[in-house]
Design a protein around this ligand. Structure first.
Ligand SMILES: [Zn+2]
Length: 136
């Protein structure tokens, strides 16, 4: 990949990361009224719902920040834009849509196909039985 393209992506990641760190702070401040001690596993109150929402939001943001950090590291290491699986260059149009992509489109499709297959079968069933157990 050209140096100027790398710089463009690096700038993009830095802007995104700043935005994410800011919104993370926002989430923490806005949900901070509920202390962790208030959460009781058996009590499905709004407090717990709010907390799980906060946790989910934070997890999602944290994951994104991690991905961005990894992409920045890849830029430094000179491996940005190279597929993790087959080591071919990732299509630039794909990177523009999904800058944190670490797999080329065909490897990603292959991975997603496997994930869908495993999620279809046992996961939904085991989740259902878990819910039933909790209610009983
Ligand atoms: Zn690949």
């Amino acid at each position: 990949m050209k140096q100027e393209q790398l710089k463009k992506f690096q700038a993009l990641f830095e802007v995104q990361k700043k935005g994410l760190l800011y919104s993370n702070q926002f989430i923490n401040e806005n949900f901070s009224m509920n202390s962790d001690e208030m959460s009781d596993e058996l009590d499905l109150s709004s407090v717990e719902l709010e907390q799980s929402m906060r946790v989910r939001l934070r997890n999602r943001e944290a994951l994104l920040i991690k991905k961005i950090d990894q992409s920045l590291e890849r830029i430094q290491a000179g491996t940005f834009g190279v597929c993790d699986s087959c080591e071919e260059d990732i299509d630039l149009t794909r990177l523009e849509v999904r800058p944190t992509a670490t797999l080329c489109l065909s490897c990603k499709e292959h991975e997603e196909m496997q994930e869908t297959r495993s999620a279809d079968g046992r996961e939904s069933k085991s989740m259902g039985s878990k819910i039933n157990l909790r209610i009983a």
